[in-house]
Design a protein around this ligand. Structure first.
Ligand code: SF4
Length: 396
């Protein structure tokens, strides 16, 4: 099994894991769990929006934000979902004002908001621009209307392009586009066309994820019942390899398994997860990692609101990992970055000598041509990137 499929948010949601304290300035993630409708592949913590619940939810995150941000300054802020831009203009303004009350937004290293093309008005783009949001991450997923419909997306390809041009016109200089490939019936030439259209727009950052079939999602039921046929691993792999070559040719730095950026435009917030630095998550189902402890908020929006309202804790789970498990997770996450990790950094983060802990695995994987391990650092080779799932399993 190869891996290029774990999306940045999925990585965060699943992993919430790992780590040693690297920096004392954490990042902040705020989760807006509402969507207009559910996409057929989605297993994120999101629900179809019901208007009264949104105001109640915003009140709850305001309270959590107030208590969780005391005594902290932040490196980056990421507002994700769900669909943050389903908030109406009043709610979006309210959200951004409440963040500005607790966070020194003009001095953040990066301030990102996720945008679904079916939900962005002109006024919302202006509100974001006037609130110091500097980075827009647009979930376009495909430039093919047939597949957008199949995936359950609420926008057309032309609407997505218009939204990109609109936010560019509003002055945003750091725009990321999310794409998905490898869904049933998609051909390599259709995927090539998507990549070409994406590059024509000229985003600073591109995330290209292979579709993952998460159990319980409608797409899994459809493929299990034979209504749709999954692509083979070979077909997915060809698409992955083409993506890497094509985007590198277009001047994008392939800095993480599924992420590509123009010089200096790598996503600093997601790098926090990959480099095992601290972060605080606000909202239903959000993960935090602080002082060596990872925790997760109550997932249900209703229960999260009730819990915050009744001044109970919003956390439903927390743990401190045993040292060896933490070391293994540090390595696995670091290997997602194409630069890998140096031996020195590994010792600093985990307290273990890389060679002593994983001598056999490192030797075998080097011989198999899957990792590059020299005196300085360890990283995946080109072949290793394509087979990253299997490589990572060796360190579990
Ligand atoms: S817009 Fe995003 S979060 Fe909402 S249902 Fe679709 S994939 Fe899930």
């Amino acid at each position: 099994m190869y891996v290029c499929s774990v999306s940045k948010e999925r990585a965060r949601k699943q992993l919430g894991f790992a780590v040693n304290i690297q920096h004392h300035i954490p990042s902040l993630y705020i989760h807006i769990p509402f969507c207009i409708s559910k996409c057929i592949y989605c297993d994120f913590n999101s629900i179809v929006m019901k208007s009264p619940a949104v105001d109640e939810y915003l009140k709850a995150i305001e309270k959590e934000l107030q208590s969780a941000t005391e005594n902290y300054s932040f490196r980056t802020v990421f507002i994700g979902g769900g669909t943050p831009t389903v908030l109406n203009e009043r709610q979006l303004s309210w959200l951004l004002r409440m963040i500005a009350k607790h966070v020194d937004v003009p001095n953040l290293r990066e301030y990102t908001i996720e945008v679904n093309p079916g939900t962005l008005s002109d006024e919302k783009a202006v509100i974001m621009k006037n609130s110091y949001v500097g980075r827009i991450s647009i979930g376009i997923q495909s430039f093919n209307d047939r597949y957008l419909k199949l995936l359950g997306r609420i926008h057309s390809a032309n609407e997505a392009k218009d939204v990109f041009l609109n936010v560019r016109e509003k002055g945003f200089k750091n725009i990321s586009i999310d794409l998905i490939y490898g869904y049933p019936a998609q051909t390599l030439s259709e995927w090539k066309k998507d990549l070409r259209e994406c590059c024509t727009l000229g985003p600073e950052h591109i995330s290209a994820y292979c579709l993952t079939y998460e159990s319980g999602t409608p797409i899994v039921k459809m493929t299990d019942s034979g209504n749709m046929k999954r692509l083979s691993e070979e077909e997915e792999l060809k698409m992955y390899e083409f993506t890497n070559d094509f985007l590198c040719d277009k001047g994008y730095n392939h800095y993480e398994i599924s992420n590509f950026a123009k010089q200096g435009k790598e996503c600093q917030h997601n790098t926090v997860y990959w480099e095992n630095r601290e972060y605080i998550g606000i909202g239903a189902g959000a993960f935090s990692y602080v002082n060596g402890e990872r925790s997760c908020n109550i997932k249900s929006v209703k229960e999260y609101i009730t819990s915050i309202e009744s001044k109970k804790k919003s956390i439903c789970f927390s743990e401190k990992l045993p040292q060896k498990q933490r070391a293994s997770e540090i390595l696995i996450m670091a290997l997602r970055m194409t630069s890998g990790i140096s031996k020195k950094e590994f010792i600093e983060r985990s307290g273990f000598d890389l060679n002593e802990l994983f001598r056999k695995q490192l030797y075998d994987l080097t011989r198999a041509g899957l990792i590059n391990f020299d005196d300085e650092r360890v990283k995946l080779t080109k072949k290793g990137l394509s087979l990253a799932d299997s490589v990572m399993m060796e360190f579990v």
